[in-house]
Each structure stands twice: as C-alpha cells, then as structure tokens.
Design a protein around this ligand. Structure first.
Ligand code: ZN
Length: 86
C-alpha cells in the first residue's frame, strides 16, 4: 500500500478550513475523494476564479459536488473507527 504525508485542508464544520499534515494512503476512500477534489480545483478555470479582493468566488458546481463526496467519505471513515463518538 502506497502511503506518504502531505498537507491537507481540514474542515472545522464552520469557519475557514485549516491545514494539517496527514498520512495519505492512496487506496483510502477519503483520500481518493480528497484527491479528486484537489485535482479538479487545480485544473478548473471556474475554481481558480477570484473576485476583485482576490477571494475565491466558489461558484463551481463540480467542486461543490466533489466536496460533498469527500465529506461523505470522511463520515464513512469516521463511522468505521472504534473510538468514533456515537
Ligand atoms: Zn471547478
């Protein structure tokens, strides 16, 4: 199994995301979903569009869909952990 470490944006639930160094396993569904999201955003003109203040406009429906898939994958991973809160 290929694994490595990389910086990823982590979701707080509210407020801005933060970056955290994580171990990545390429065959993990959560990381696969995250990779699809990042690969899309790096190549998508809509995702790279910013307003006059330099802020992302976040108008890409594909990115939103992939983000929701990533969140779904995270919930699935968390539910499988023995120490996850009920
Ligand atoms: Zn996009």
């Amino acid at each position: 199994m290929a694994s490595r470490t990389e910086w990823q944006f982590q979701d707080r639930g509210s407020g801005p995301a933060y970056k955290q160094l994580v171990v990545v396993h390429d065959d993990d569904p959560e990381n696969a979903a995250y990779r699809r999201l990042m690969d899309h955003c790096a190549a998508c003109r809509t995702c790279l569009t910013v307003n006059d203040a330099g802020e992302a406009t976040n108008t890409c429906t594909t990115a939103e869909q992939r983000y929701q898939e990533y969140r779904q994958a995270r919930r699935g991973t968390a539910a499988a952990l023995p120490h996850a809160p009920a």
